[in-house]
Design a protein around this ligand. Structure first.
Ligand SMILES: *[C@@H]1O[C@H](CO)[C@@H](O)[C@H](O)[C@H]1NC(C)=O
Ligand SMILES: *[C@@H]1O[C@H](CO)[C@@H](O)[C@H](O)[C@H]1NC(C)=O
Ligand SMILES: *[C@@H]1O[C@H](CO)[C@@H](O)[C@H](O)[C@H]1NC(C)=O
Ligand SMILES: *[C@@H]1O[C@H](CO)[C@@H](O)[C@H](O)[C@H]1NC(C)=O
Ligand SMILES: *[C@@H]1O[C@H](CO)[C@@H](O)[C@H](O)[C@H]1NC(C)=O
Ligand SMILES: *[C@@H]1O[C@H](CO)[C@@H](O)[C@H](O)[C@H]1NC(C)=O
Ligand SMILES: *[C@@H]1O[C@H](CO)[C@@H](O)[C@H](O)[C@H]1NC(C)=O
Ligand SMILES: *[C@@H]1O[C@H](CO)[C@@H](O)[C@H](O)[C@H]1NC(C)=O
Ligand SMILES: *[C@@H]1O[C@H](CO)[C@@H](O)[C@H](O)[C@H]1NC(C)=O
Ligand SMILES: *[C@@H]1O[C@H](CO)[C@@H](O)[C@H](O)[C@H]1NC(C)=O
Ligand SMILES: *[C@@H]1O[C@H](CO)[C@@H](O)[C@H](O)[C@H]1NC(C)=O
Ligand SMILES: *[C@@H]1O[C@H](CO)[C@@H](O)[C@H](O)[C@H]1NC(C)=O
Length: 418
C-alpha cells in the first residue's frame, strides 16, 4: 500500500440506523441537475445524461435520426398500492423540460411522464408511441399497461389537432386532452406538475405554455383508480421519441414524492421474487441501496460511512497506527468484519469527493454519497481529515462493532479498505 499516492485507510459501512430508523414514508427525491455519474436514473435506448440534463432523444446533428427513442426511469420502483391494506399512494412530481425543434416548423413526437409495470416492456422505436407502445398497437388497451401524461407535438390519427397534453391509460388515444400553447420552435422550457390524490383519485396536471412569449399555466385532470390499472409496484419516469419529424427532448429537473412505503422484506425490500432478470443487477443489495434515496438525507441516514485518511505516510506511521492497522487487518482476514475498498475506488465512487456529492459534515470530516460498482450499491463515505486521532480511534471502534454485529447477523453490509 506504500506506493499509493496517498496511503489512506478507508472505511465504509452501513450503520445500525438501517435497523433502528423506520423508513420515512414513500419515495422522495429532488434532482436539480442530472449527472452522468448518478446511478439513480436508469437510461434506455437513446436517452443519456448530458450537460446536467437528460437528453431523452438525440440531437439531430448527432445521427441519422429515423426512429429515436429514449427512456429515463428512477432506479427504484414506487409502491403505488398495497393489496394487503388496500392503501393507495398519493404522489406529486414537478419537472421542467424543453422540446426544441431548433426553429424547424415541422417536428415530432413528444414526451411523456409514465407509470408502468416494475419490469417494463422493451422501449419502442416508433415515433407515435413516444417509446411506450408500438405503432400498430398504439390504441390496443389489452396490449398495453401504463398511465401517462403526454406532451405531444405531433398529430397522429388518434390525436386531437396540434400540440396537446393528454392523459393516457393503456392507449395513446388520450382519455382527456387539452391544446398545449407551447413554443417548440423556440425550445421554450415547460414547468409541469403532476399529482395523484388517493382519496379523490384525481390525477391532475398543471403545465406552462407560451402565448406571444408570455408564460401561462394550463390544467388538465382525470379521475382514475390507479389500483385498477397498474400493479402494486410501478416503475416510473420519462419516455420520448422521434420519427420522421424530430425535436430534441430534454429533461432539466425532476423532483418527486410519494406517501406509501415500499411493502415487503426489510432486508431486501426491492427484490420481489417475481422480478425478471433484467433489473436484478440493479436491485441487489437493496438493504443498503434503499436506505439512500437521492436528495433524501433523512432516508440517507440509513447509511453512514467512514473514510479515514491517515496523518502520516505509511513508513512514518506512529506505533499506535501500526497496532491499529494490524488489529484491523485481523478483523478483515477473519472474514467476519467489514470489506475493504481502495481509496481510489472510493474516490471514484464519490466523484472524487465532489462537493455536489456531499451529504453533510460529520465530526471528523465530510460525508459523501457514492456508488460502488463492485457491490452495486449506494454508499455513504466519510472522509476523515489527516491527523484526526479521534477519527482513527472512532474508526477502530467502528470496525470492531461491525465485526461483532456480523457475528450476530445483525447488520446487512459493511466495508473497509486500506
Ligand atoms: C430541490 O433542491 C433545490 C436546490 O437544493 C431547492 O431549491 C428546492 O427547494 C428543492 N425542492 C424540493 C421540492 O425539495
Ligand atoms: C438509438 O438506440 C438504438 C437502440 O439502442 C440504436 O440502435 C440506435 O443506433 C440509436 N440511435 C442513435 C441515433 O443513437
Ligand atoms: C394504510 O392506511 C392507513 C390509514 O391511512 C394507515 O393507518 C395504515 O398504516 C396503512 N397501512 C399500510 C400498510 O401502509
Ligand atoms: C433560431 O432562430 C433564431 C432567430 O431567428 C436564431 O437566433 C437562432 O440561432 C436559431 N436557432 C437555431 C438552432 O437555428
Ligand atoms: C390487442 O392486443 C392483444 C394482445 O396482444 C391481441 O391479442 C389483439 O389481437 C390485439 N388487438 C388488435 C385489434 O390488434
Ligand atoms: C380532446 O378533448 C376534447 C375536449 O375535451 C374532446 O372533445 C376531444 O374528443 C378530444 N380528442 C381526442 C382525440 O381525444
Ligand atoms: C417562440 O420562441 C421564440 C424564441 O423565444 C420566439 O422568437 C418566437 O416568437 C416564439 N413563438 C411564439 C409563437 O411565441
Ligand atoms: C385529496 O383531496 C381531498 C379532497 O379534495 C383533500 O382534502 C386532500 O387534502 C387531498 N390530498 C392530498 C394529498 O392532496
Ligand atoms: C382535480 O383536482 C384539481 C385541483 O388539483 C381540480 O382543479 C380539478 O377540477 C379536479 N378534477 C376533477 C375531475 O375533479
Ligand atoms: C399575439 O400577438 C399578435 C401580434 O401582436 C396578436 O395579433 C395576437 O392577438 C396575440 N395573441 C394573443 C393570444 O394574445
Ligand atoms: C411541486 O411544486 C409545488 C408548487 O409548484 C409544490 O407545492 C410541491 O411541493 C412540489 N412538489 C414536490 C414533490 O416538490
Ligand atoms: C420475505 O422473504 C422471505 C424469503 O425470501 C419470504 O418467504 C417472505 O414471504 C417475504 N415476506 C414478505 C412480506 O415479502
Amino acid at each position: 500500500m506504500g506506493k499509493l499516492p496517498a496511503p489512506f485507510l478507508l472505511f465504509v459501512f452501513s450503520t445500525l440506523f438501517t435497523l433502528i430508523i423506520p423508513s420515512a414514508g414513500g419515495l422522495s427525491f429532488n434532482f436539480t441537475i442530472f449527472s452522468p455519474n448518478d446511478h439513480s436514473i436508469t437510461y434506455d435506448g437513446n436517452a443519456s445524461a448530458s450537460d446536467e440534463a437528460i437528453q431523452l432523444t438525440k440531437n439531430r446533428i448527432d445521427a441519422n435520426m429515423a426512429s429515436n427513442s429514449g427512456r429515463a426511469t428512477y432506479y427504484k420502483p414506487m409502491q403505488l398500492w398495497d393489496k394487503a391494506s388496500g392503501n393507495l399512494t398519493d404522489f406529486t412530481t414537478n419537472f421542467t423540460f424543453s422540446i426544441d425543434s431548433q426553429n424547424a416548423s415541422k417536428y415530432g413526437d413528444g414526451l411523456a411522464f409514465f407509470l408502468g409495470p416494475e419490469e417494463l416492456p422493451p422501449l419502442r422505436f416508433d415515433g407515435a408511441g413516444l417509446g411506450l407502445v408500438s405503432n400498430n398497437q398504439a390504441t390496443n388497451t389489452t396490449d398495453n399497461q401504463f398511465v401517462a401524461v403526454e406532451f405531444d407535438i405531433f398529430q397522429n390519427e388518434f390525436d386531437p389537432p396540434g400540440e396537446h397534453v393528454g392523459i393516457d391509460i393503456n392507449s395513446m388515444k388520450s382519455v382527456n386532452n387539452i391544446t398545449w400553447k407551447c413554443n417548440i420552435t423556440g425550445g421554450k422550457t415547460t414547468e409541469a406538475r403532476i399529482s395523484y390524490n388517493s382519496s379523490t383519485h384525481n390525477l391532475s396536471v398543471s403545465f406552462t405554455g407560451y402565448i406571444n412569449n408570455t408564460m401561462e399555466t394550463q390544467f388538465l385532470s382525470h379521475i382514475v383508480s390507479l389500483r385498477d390499472i397498474l400493479p402494486e409496484r410501478v416503475r416510473f419516469g420519462f419516455s420520448a421519441s422521434t420519427g420522421l419529424s424530430y425535436a430534441i427532448h430534454t429533461l432539466r429537473s425532476w423532483n418527486f414524492s410519494s406517501s406509501l412505503e415500499i411493502v415487503g422484506n426489510v432486508t431486501n425490500p426491492a427484490s420481489p421474487p417475481n422480478d425478471g432478470a433484467r433489473r436484478n443487477r440493479k436491485k441487489k443489495r437493496t438493504g443498503v441501496a434503499v436506505g439512500l434515496g437521492v436528495g433524501s438525507i433523512v432516508v440517507g441516514a440509513a447509511m453512514v460511512g467512514f473514510l479515514i485518511k491517515f496523518l502520516c505516510r505509511h513508513e512514518e506511521d506512529e506505533e499506535g497506527d501500526h497496532v491499529l492497522e494490524e488489529c484491523m487487518d485481523d478483523e478483515f482476514e477473519r472474514g467476519t468484519g467489514p470489506k475493504k475498498f481502495s481509496y481510489r475506488k472510493l474516490a471514484r465512487a464519490t466523484n472524487n469527493f465532489k462537493d455536489e456529492e456531499k451529504l453533510g459534515e460529520g465530526g471528523f470530516g465530510g460525508v459523501y454519497k457514492g456508488f460502488l460498482k463492485e457491490i452495486d450499491s449506494f454508499v455513504a463515505v466519510k472522509r476523515v481529515s489527516r491527523g484526526s486521532k479521534q477519527g482513527i480511534k472512532e474508526y477502530a471502534a467502528e470496525v470492531k462493532i461491525i465485526s461483532r454485529l456480523r457475528h450476530m447477523k445483525l447488520s446487512p453490509t459493511h466495508w473497509v479498505v486500506s
